[in-house]
Structures are given as structure tokens and as C-alpha cells.
Write a new protein. Sequence first.
Length: 255
Amino acid sequence: MADTLLVVRDLSMRFGGLLAVNGVSLTVDERQIVSVIGPNGAGKTTVFNCISGFYTPTEGEVVFQGKAMHKLPGHKIAREGMVRTFQNIRLFKEMTVLENLLVAQHMHAERNLLKGLLLTKNFRIKEQELVERAAFWLERVGLLDFANREAGTLAYGQQRRLEIARCMVTQPKLLMLDEPAAGLNPKETAELNALIRELCHQHQVSVLLIEHDMKLVMDISDQIVVINQGAPLATGTPEEIQRNPDVIKAYLGEE
Ligand SMILES: Nc1ncnc2c1ncn2[C@@H]1O[C@H](COP(=O)(O)OP(=O)(O)OP(=O)(O)O)[C@@H](O)[C@H]1O
């Protein structure tokens, strides 16, 4: 049986009088794809923000590889191996595609370590490693030919793939994708589907996904967590979720 990577227990997040997330729990095992679904405003992104350290949850625990994360800032959580993309693409649009991946690796590395490496011959070796890793992931996401293009000039679907590459160069254990298929055409969504599977099955990365594209979610997920109005509604396999009457009523029935 696969080891458990992430455990989220009884997570709640309050914004003033609004309880945006109310007692959500989920687990992600190694090499597992878990999706979080729910109607607009259900609290999915807030759950992501709590897990990835953008918010400190009002209540609950986030334990990643046995370590408590819920009081750590986002950059420390990322260094533990849990990285994310955002609903709105956040690339350095005026930098080249390659530079985006190099900066991501520099930002991810311990600053003290980098300082120590500067001016030493190890620095050059290290830089070479970063470029090679960037090239590897650009190739995997089909952007190697675009390495020297400004990121902002890429087509939308390419920018989405670059965001994933930017996460992958930091060698995460868990990749969190917030609506990665938003704005993609069916061909690009099919490519995304294949890429996520490849990350999971060939590169041993677990994936936690927020997604509105039900076809993608049902096709790709090992487990699905359904949230409604901030509260947990159901957890199960795609088959279990598709025939769960509460889910059909609260969510799928709306489609
Ligand atoms: N920083 C914040 N301050 C106040 N309220 C917030 C904040 N972030 C989210 N909310 C509120 O929390 C609720 C859940 O929002 P959230 O963005 O997590 O939902 P979602 O399920 O991700 O929605 P969508 O599918 O539309 O992206 C909403 O009512 C939203 O307005």
C-alpha cells in the first residue's frame, strides 16, 4: 500500500463573520491524484490557500510527510516539497521561459546555501544543473523550442504548461493545481490529462487538483473530495461520487 503524504484534518477558515471552510478533511497518498470539487464559492481555493501556507487556518491540521505545516509560511512549505499553481497564471511575463524556471529554482533553494555557493566553482556546476533540469521539464511540457521566448508572449495553454514546469523544477512530492484546465481547449485539456498522469506515474509526484472540468476530474482522479458551502459533502472514487445522491443534488445536478 502507498504511504500517506498529506493529511488535512478538520480544516476551518473564517474571514470575519464568514466561515469559508468548515471542517474539511482529506488525505493524499504517494503517487495519488486527488481532486477537490464543489460549486463556485464552495471554499476550494481557500482550502488550497490553507494547505499551501497562504493562509493560517483558523482551526485544523495540515501534516505533510509527518510534519505539521499549518503554522509555517508558504515558502517553507514549498521547500518541504508541496508546491502549487494559481487560478490566475502567475509567471514573470517579461522574463524568458528558461529564466522563469531558473528563478523558480533559485527562489526555492535555501538562500544561505546559495550565498555559500557564490564565487565558488561549485556555483557553476550548480547553475549547470539548474539549466539541465529546466531543459528536461521544458521538453516534458513541449516548450523546449520556446526557451528563449518571453513568457508573456506564449499562448495561454503554453503558459499553463510553463507554470507546471516551474513547479516541477523544484522537485516537489506534491503538486497542487488550481483549475489547470480553465481556459484550455479540448485538445489542450487532453494533453494536460496525459501530463498529470505522467507526473504521477513516471515522476512519483502526487497531485491535488481543484477543477471544474468534470470529464477531466472523473477520468483522472483516484479520490474526489466534494465541498459544498465550505463543508465536506462526500469523499470517494469517481464512481462513488457520481452516484452519491447528495453530490448529485448539491452539485452535479446543477450542471
Ligand atoms: N481573503 C478572503 N477574504 C474574505 N472572504 C474570502 C476570502 N477568500 C475567499 N473568501 C470567501 O470564501 C468563500 C470561498 O471562496 P473560494 O474562493 O475558496 O471558493 P472556490 O470554491 O475556490 O470558488 P471558485 O470555484 O469560484 O474558484 C467565498 O464566499 C469567498 O468570497
